[in-house]
Design a protein around this ligand. Structure first.
Ligand code: 13P
Length: 335
């Protein structure tokens, strides 16, 4: 029923030079980041912060979409304009986080399964009415001693696929996000092997559930050395193995992959994206762009500090990161 709309939205989400801002931190994550900087963890501060981000002058030049949290999609500017309306006026598509977070996997306490499937069809209908046109669901895969297990990979892949099918049925483009964490001391090669297994399981499950590849966006992590691995891979090697893995596992009909930043520094996340697009531009059947959270707006949060007087400084930080990543999505970033 929504086929043409879904195809058009998915394409627009990865339009040339554009990426997606992940501003969908749940209460817990948003509050933890506020507390670190001494910002009060109130609903009003969370609203004010999102208003500061979304009203950044000119940000629509670099952003196709913004992922919102349930609290945020119901909020408005202090002058009463709903955030969904504000974003649409800036040419930015509103999206919504649909998962209910990663919980311990039964009988495997070091692994997680992402919850949120119960009642999902009704929630999708409500968010569509509120103006959302795409959604996100994040599965979390940890690399460690003897993990990830096949059971963890398959269970998460199945949940991602069931979520994605419900989204397409209800008119939302699913962002399918299987995040392989960079926590740990694993090598680049191990990261590649795990990404390979995870993406295989995810696309098999998507196929089984009847998810149309041209009506979704993949949000992958990059193939990267574990952050405690003594041997840190070069930018070139990360770009090469990430592109190799995606080319082996992601159908060409998928319009784009929009990476998460996952704890990489701002500059490194930009450099990796740029290297992929600059080096492999003739070998990519899909767009490669950004859907960063921290690597787009952590610097803005630190500049804002919860004070109205710092809004313009915060907006400058977001604008700068968005502009750099826009250039990187075209392979034209020069540090
Ligand atoms: P990071 O870029 O901070 O990893 O966040 C992206 C995101 O949406 C995680 O689900």
């Amino acid at each position: 029923m929504y086929t043409q709309e879904l195809i058009a939205t998915a394409k627009a989400m990865v339009a040339p030079g554009k990426g997606i801002l992940a501003a969908d931190e749940s209460y817990g994550t948003a509050n933890k980041r506020f507390e670190k900087i001494g910002i009060p963890t109130t609903e009003e501060k969370r609203r004010a912060y999102r208003e500061a981000l979304f009203t950044t002058p000119g940000i629509g030049e670099f952003l196709s979409g913004v992922i919102l949290f349930d609290e945020t999609i119901r909020q408005a500017t202090k002058d009463g304009k709903p955030f969904t309306k504000l974003l649409l006026e800036a040419g930015i598509i509103p999206g919504i986080k649909l998962d209910a977070g990663a919980k311990p996997l039964a009988k495997s306490p070091d692994e997680t399964i992402t919850e949120g499937l119960d009642g999902l069809r009704d929630r999708i209908a409500e968010y569509y009415k509120m103006g959302a046109r795409f959604a996100k669901w994040r599965a979390v895969i940890t690399i460690g001693n003897g993990i990830p297990s096949h059971r963890c990979i398959d269970t998460n892949a199945n949940a991602l696929a069931r979520y994605a099918a419900l989204c397409q049925e209800g008119g939302l483009v699913p962002i399918v996000e299987p995040e392989v964490l960079m926590d740990g001391d694993h090598t680049l090669e191990r990261s590649y092997a795990v990404h390979h297994d995870v993406l295989k399981a995810v696309f098999d499950a998507l196929y089984v559930q009847g998810v149309e590849p041209d009506q979704m966006i993949l949000k992958p992590s990059m193939v990267i050395s574990g952050q405690d691995c003594p041997q840190q891979a070069s930018v070139e090697d990360v770009a090469r193995l990430t592109v190799k893995c995606l080319r082996e596992r992601v159908p060409a009909a998928v319009p784009g992959c929009a990476f998460l930043s996952g704890g990489q520094s701002d500059e490194v996340a930009t450099a990796h994206l740029n290297a992929m697009n600059a080096t492999f531009k003739d070998q990519l059947p899909w767009k490669l762009t950004f859907s960063y959270g921290r690597a787009l707006h952590q610097a803005a949060l630190e500049a804002w500090k919860g004070e109205d007087a710092n809004i313009s400084a915060a907006q400058k930080e977001l604008y700068r990161r968005a502009k750099c990543n826009s250039a990187a999505s075209l392979g034209q970033y020069a540090s």
